[in-house]
Design a protein around this ligand. Structure first.
Ligand code: CP3
Length: 339
């Protein structure tokens, strides 16, 4: 049984592009909300049986080509010793954000695989339970995006704390990025050894930096993750999703990656000039429109995607909890040429 999503990375061109959606296991699904009523978010993440069930919910409902592990990028800072809470309506919050060089020194990167062994268990379970044609996607946050949460302590609009820390305490910032790189390589290694077939690194906040700051502060530690993984696991495709990252394209053009996740603010035609499989570009808000708008956007993205080294259909960022299910259903039909 061939796997359509994995095949794209081998240069095989399918009739219609493989499809999955960022945040596909989440609150827009009634079956997710039902489990969520009974369990706090982190409990769901840390319980391999629940994580497996939730990972497979969107596969059962929509037959997506990729099953992305149900977890969160912030399990890494937690495994490094930071206490994480999720508050309703406020999102993730760290009790004691990183403020000083000593805070960075205190972060523990020695027991990542041990502390996150539940992720390995979940991946093993998902791998056995999922359909044979589905590709299992592992993921992690990119070091800069994780550093944003670790220093800001929560979501932010202006990113004053992270940028002040980066400019004023550059050596400590560099140490933090290096520690994160090491932890992330260990964590992704665990995921690949537990059955993840493709890896996506989420750099949700990479685009808040000027290209020159991205180059100075982020390029090397981010690239290092990909090169180390490529060396150890040359067969596993690596996707880099950098939101609002268009201005960084010339800097990342020679990253040792296989796929590039594209937001909706970037013309897909710009991404397809790079030597990568492209993925994404649909504005998640298009799922709040109607069949004719969905048809128009799917046709555009499919046509533009043909110019890439390979094309995976996805949104330009995560699906929103309020998204109407019937539009997701119609999107699947349209992408599969049945609309
Ligand atoms: O894509 C998937 O379905 C896999 C699961 C996944 C989640 N978070 C589940 C989740 C993935 C890949 C993530 C990544 C993630 N988490 C990112 C990077 C990608 C992105 O979307 O930008 C970031 C920045 C986070 C941090 C995070 N986790 C935030 C800001 C929030 C709050 C969001 C909100 O709207 O409340 C979370 C919680 C979270 N992660 C939920 C889910 C399904 C919602 C939790 C709930 O049920 O209350």
């Amino acid at each position: 049984m061939s796997k359509k999503l994995l095949d794209v990375f081998k240069g095989i061109v399918p009739d219609t592009p493989p499809l999955w959606m960022m945040r596909q296991a989440g609150r827009y699904l009634p079956e997710y909300r039902k489990i969520r009523e009974k369990h706090p978010f982190l409990e769901m993440v840390c319980n391999p049986e629940l994580a497996t069930e939730i990972t497979l919910q969107p596969i059962k409902r929509f037959g997506f080509d990729g099953a992305i592990l149900f977890s969160d990028i912030l399990v890494i800072p937690e495994a490094m010793g930071m206490k994480l809470n999720f508050f309703e309506g406020r999102g993730p919050v760290f009790d004691s954000p990183v403020k000083t060089k000593a805070d960075v020194a205190n972060l523990n990167i020695e027991s990542i695989k041990g502390n996150l062994s539940y992720v390995g268990e979940a991946l093993n379970l998902i791998k056995t339970a999922m359909p044979r044609e589905t590709t299992l996607i592992g993921f992690a946050g990119a070091p800069f995006t994780l550093a944003c949460y670790m220093i800001e302590g929560q979501s932010s609009k202006e990113f004053i704390k992270i940028k002040s820390f980066m400019y004023q305490q550059e050596p400590a910032f560099n140490t933090l990025m290096e520690k994160l790189s090491h932890a992330l390589v260990d964590y992704i290694e665990l995921q690949i050894q537990s059955g993840a077939e493709v890896i996506q690194l989420f750099d949700t906040f990479g685009g808040i930096l000027s290209p020159s700051d991205y180059q100075r502060y982020c390029l090397a530690p981010t690239r290092q993750i990909f090169s180390r993984l490529k060396e150890r696991f040359p067969e596993t495709p690596l996707i880099y999703f950098v939101k609002a990252g268009r201005n960084m394209y010339s800097l990342i053009a020679d990253f040792p990656i296989d796929g590039l996740g594209v937001d909706w603010m970037t013309p897909l035609s710009e991404a397809t000039t790079l030597p990568f499989v492209v993925q994404g570009n649909l504005d998640p808000m298009v799922l709040f429109s109607n069949k004719s708008v969905i048809d128009r956007e799917v046709a555009r993205i499919k046509a533009e995607g043909k110019h890439a080294k390979g094309h995976i259909f996805n949104l330009g960022h995560g699906i929103l909890p309020q998204t109407p299910l019937e539009n997701v259903e119609y999107l699947c039909e349209a992408v599969r040429g049945l609309g």
